[in-house]
Design a protein around this ligand. Structure first.
Ligand code: C2E
Ligand code: MG
Ligand code: MG
Length: 254
């Protein structure tokens, strides 16, 4: 296990890396966005996924610094891709930082990235920790032009309340729904979620697309954007550069 000192040292030593996973149009033909996903390039244990250290960072409060590091890097990298928007995950604990919105504005402004190209991915507990505060922060962020996506939609306790109350631009349907679309029950739920989101003017991204059948289904069901290993794993910024030039391993329905 890692200690908070290890993580602090890692952040200071620049061992955090940001990978990017493409998000494509529903036909699977074009990358329109990327999601920033943090990794720890551990000198001994190799590239560690967020499951190994984000919970620790949340427990110790280090998530504030981690979140800022990822945001700064993601905005800077996104300047290379003028036609893409960029999704950045936000921990519910970052909302507890009274300076969060100020710091966010400052970091994005500093990078030169137009606010409209940034989409923050929040989870529903960000809201229910302190609804009034979250509402205030989210409205301020949206006034800047930054978009808000509700991540892992459907997995919490209050997804519908969030749709009712939160200022949102998009929902991201959790991959646990996508992976089950070969059953009538999951397929019906996914259809209903997309119809509901569309009815209230939200965009829909489906996460965790791993097969052609899932892609076809989600496209037909009306998802706007697709993301998953079927198209690409999370990759380096340099690899995104290459993908944008060559368009190469992105597979679409023919
Ligand atoms: P998430 O935001 O829902 O990100 C999607 C996760 O699903 C990523 O895992 C991605 O690699 C994985 N994924 C994408 N497509 C597929 C697929 O087709 N099949 C499967 N099985 N998995 C797929 P990752 O990178 O391990 O991230 C896990 C979670 O860690 C993220 O879930 C997010 O909640 C959190 N996270 C990642 N980066 C950050 C960050 O910078 N800050 C914060 N606060 N949380 C982060
Ligand atoms: Mg996310
Ligand atoms: Mg998710």
């Amino acid at each position: 296990m890692y200690s908070s000192n290890d993580l602090q040292d890692a952040i200071q030593a620049g061992q955090l890396r940001v990978l990017y996973q493409p998000q494509l149009t529903a036909d699977g033909q074009k990358i329109v966005s990327v999601e920033a996903l943090v990794r720890w390039a551990h000198p001994v244990h190799g590239l560690l996924g967020p499951g190994h250290f984000v919970p620790l960072a949340e427990k110790t409060g280090m998530i504030i610094e981690l979140g800022e590091t990822v945001l700064r890097q993601a905005c800077q990298d996104a300047m290379r891709w003028p036609d893409l928007s960029i999704g950045v995950n936000v921990s519910p604990l970052q909302f507890r930082d009274p300076a969060y919105a100020d710091k966010l504005e400052h970091i994005v402004r500093d990078s030169g990235l137009p606010f409209e190209r940034l989409e923050l991915e929040i989870v529903e507990s960000s809201y229910f920790d302190d609804p009034d505060k979250a509402d205030k922060i989210l409205r301020r962020i949206r006034d800047l032009g930054i978009k808000i996506a509700l991540d892992d939609f459907g997995t919490g306790y209050s997804s519908l309340s969030c749709l009712l109350r939160l200022p949102l631009d998009r929902i991201k349907i959790d991959r646990s729904f996508v992976s089950g679309i070969d059953t009538v029950r999951s397929a019906s739920i996914v259809h209903a979620i997309i119809a509901l989101a569309r009815a209230i003017g939200l965009k829909v991204t489906a996460e965790g697309i791993e097969t052609d059948d899932q892609q076809k289904f989600l496209r037909a069901a009306g998802a706007h954007m697709l993301q998953g290993f079927s198209f690409s794993m999370p990759v380096t910024a340099e690899r995104i550069d290459q993908l944008l030039v060559s368009g190469e391993p992105i597979r679409g329905i023919t």
